[in-house]
Write a protein that binds this ligand. Structure first.
Ligand code: GUN
Length: 287
């Protein structure tokens, strides 16, 4: 039996539609327009693609989009001054500083200079702490998108064994917190995990977020498990560029009960959740 394909593209379109309807109501009834500022330092090609796609989606749901593109040699003081201006700007409800930043900039310092209430990435140390203690916070977009797809597919996640492969601050750790919040039994596995295949085979929910192309193969998947593939890796195959996940899709889909494809799975949900977080930040700012 082959797995059901979880259509992140369709789900994200539905979420964006709901956000757009809410934004329209906010404008009509209260004269408020949510605003998102995205800051890009340098000319990393992948980051440029992400940033322009975020800007386009922001405008499509009726929000104000502001892009600040700064040269790679921007000083920390100049970047912090821009963030201070955005923090003080009441027309801006969300601020996102695209990562990675050039090496001379201290990412932690920069992220922690964002007003936590405008931190739509959920990376500020206050939001990390709030999430870790189960309090109301801004939740990182990629894990939030994964959780929404899992809830949609399963209903309740309580009691399920979840294995998150990857321990990044952006995905692995917050994903584990969210699954714990939904009463899963959670394991975080990583590059030093002993017998990773056996650990993965214990998972009812397997989230792959390691950044290694097609590392999770079908023999590592429990029959009937739900597999969420966070990876977006560009590889060369048959002389052509191709986008693949951290999961070897063709072998995993023969074993899993449900699986997200790459592209068209987690990726579109990340941007939809960024818009949802910006709307949330705007609603909280306006009582
Ligand atoms: N770079 C890769 N993913 C992300 C993300 O979710 N947020 C930001 N700010 N930068 C990223």
């Amino acid at each position: 039996m082959t797995a059901a394909i979880i259509d992140g593209k369709a789900f994200a379109a539905k979420v964006r539609g709901e956000v757009a309807a809410h934004v329209a109501r906010l404008k009509e009834e209260h004269g408020i327009q949510p605003g998102l500022a995205v800051v890009l330092v340098g000319e990393d090609p992948a980051s440029q693609v992400y940033v322009s796609s975020k800007g386009k989606s922001t405008v499509e749901v009726g929000m104000k989009s502001v892009e600040h593109k700064l040269p790679a040699d921007t000083s920390e003081a100049d970047l912090l001054a821009l963030i201070a201006r955005l923090n003080a700007d009441s027309s801006i409800h969300g601020i996102l500083v695209q990562l990675p930043l050039p090496g001379h900039l201290n990412s932690e310092l920069v992220i922690n200079s964002i007003d936590p209430a405008k931190d739509v990435d959920g990376f500020h140390i206050s939001n990390v702490g709030l999430l870790g203690t189960g309090q109301k916070s801004m939740v990182p977009c990629t894990p939030l998108g994964c959780l929404m797809m899992l809830r949609d597919h399963h209903g309740s996640l309580a009691g399920l064994n979840a294995v998150v492969v990857g321990r990044s601050n952006i995905v692995g750790k917050p994903m584990a917190q969210l699954l714990l919040g939904d009463s899963c039994t959670v394991t975080i596995a990583h590059s030093r995990t002993k017998d990773l295949a056996a650990v993965c085979r214990g998972a009812d929910i397997l989230v792959a977020a390691v950044g290694r192309p097609e590392m999770i193969t079908g023999d590592m998947v429990k029959p009937g498990a739900t597999v969420i593939d966070v990876g977006i890796n560009r590889i060369e195959r048959d002389g052509k560029g191709k986008l693949v996940g951290d999961v070897h899709f063709d072998s995993a889909k023969e074993v899993a009960g449900a699986i997200t494809p790459v592209p068209g799975g987690v990726g579109p949900m990340t941007i939809a959740c960024l818009l949802a977080n910006t709307l949330t930040a705007c609603c909280r700012a306006n009582g």
